[in-house]
Write a protein that binds this ligand. Structure first.
Ligand code: BGC
Length: 370
């Protein structure tokens, strides 16, 4: 086991931030997988695999200083290999759906796997969530983290161009988990990277998330068809169950008779984030508050959209410690470009060209409310 530890010499008790590594099993192809534990000076802890960049656990304090794991996932690698709804993983090359597994770029049509009904989802059969990334840990005085690198070859999962991808996970002493994504390509390709952690701020497995109170900085969302492909419209949330501009419990309107909620079923939609100022600075996207524990998660991002979902657990998956993940036991907030952008010329472009570099930053900041 490798260990990197930093003692921050700022008087007693001396806080210690560290990164440690331990084995986590072997893939079907014989690749060894490691788990890295990032710990900050406050005791907040993230456990991350080099397989898929999966966040296996995330321990954060409640309003009494008690730590709980707030993400869903599994205890062992075989469970992740067998059947995971992308628990905690990096999603690429394209987060969310591309209609009919097809897009045309510079006059050439590309065909992708249809792995979600008639559509392509989350990068295909073997997306970035199912590969082993190269990992380099780092420690700085106020942060620890991992630099994850993966090169996706030209033609992989049907996408054009060799894509060199770097994703940096940083855990700061301000209880932030920061994701920095960057990529370059040698041929034009769509790119839309995100992180697919599922949260329950009351603690993993501790009931459904319907009582979580959500605020979204979005005046509009992208309505979908029955296969969850955006129609192209940017619809105002005012007067709909999609209006989270003021703090509202997830469950308050989730079962209303609304055609969009029927398609979800529930919320499985991209919100168009309100943006102001410099596009390179992360802006406020969402706040989630869990009343019993007092835990709060705030999301800031440079991305234009936030895919908010959490309907697809159904009691068939057994997570960490054997807990059964029933319906709506977790929610995901995936910062990203809008679904199906390669087929929607009016949406912000997801095309990356040779000579350009892709950059995206998302911050999850954890705290408590009295
Ligand atoms: C999608 C859901 C999908 C889930 C898979 C989300 O990003 O929006 O429709 O079921 O990922 O885990």
């Amino acid at each position: 086991m490798l260990a990197w530890s930093t003692a921050c010499a700022r008087g007693a008790p001396r806080p210690v931030a560290s990164v440690t590594r331990a084995p986590f099993g072997t893939t079907d192809r014989g690749e060894s997988v490691s788990a890295y534990t990032l710990k900050n000076a406050n005791g907040m802890e993230a456990r991350v695999l080099d397989y898929g960049g999966i966040i296996v656990s995330l321990r954060v304090p409640d309003r009494h200083g008690r730590f709980d794991d707030v993400v869903l996932g599994y205890d062992s690698l075989p469970a992740y290999l067998r059947a995971s709804p992308y628990f905690g993983a990096i999603i690429g090359r394209y987060g969310n759906r591309i209609a009919h597994g097809r897009f045309t770029l510079d006059g050439k049509t590309y065909t992708l796997a249809k792995n979600n009904g008639p559509n392509h989802l989350h990068g295909g059969l073997k997306g970035f969530d199912k590969v082993v990334w190269d990992v380099a840990p780092f420690e700085h005085p106020d942060s620890v983290g991992l630099v994850l690198r993966y090169t996706s070859r030209d033609g992989e999962e049907g996408y054009p161009g060799t894509l060199r991808t770097t994703v940096t996970y940083t855990l700061t002493s301000a209880n932030e988990l920061i994701f920095d994504y960057s990529a370059t390509t040698d041929r034009a390709t769509p790119v839309n990277l995100t992180q697919h952690s599922y949260f329950n701020l009351a603690g993993d497995g501790k009931g459904d998330i319907l009582g979580h109170v959500v605020t979204l900085n979005a005046d509009r969302f992208t309505p979908v068809d029955s296969t969850l492909i955006p129609t192209g419209e940017l619809k105002r949330v005012a007067g709909t169950p999609f209006d989270f501009r003021t703090p509202t419990p997830i469950g308050e309107r989730i079962d209303q008779d609304d055609v969009q909620l029927r398609y979800g079923p529930g919320y499985d939609h991209n919100f168009v984030l309100n943006k102001a100022g410099d596009a390179h600075d992360p802006t406020f996207a969402a706040r989630v508050y869990e009343p019993a524990s007092g835990r709060v998660m705030e999301i800031y991002t440079t991305e234009p959209g936030l895919l908010y979902s959490g309907n697809f657990l159904d009691g068939t998956l057994h997570g960490k410690g054997g807990v059964v993940y029933r319906r709506r036991y977790g929610f995901a907030m995936e910062t990203q470009h809008y679904p199906d952008s390669p087929n929607k010329p009016t949406f912000p472009s997801t095309t990356l060209r040779p000579g350009e570099s892709y950059h995206s930053r998302t911050i999850y900041k954890f705290g408590v409310q009295p």
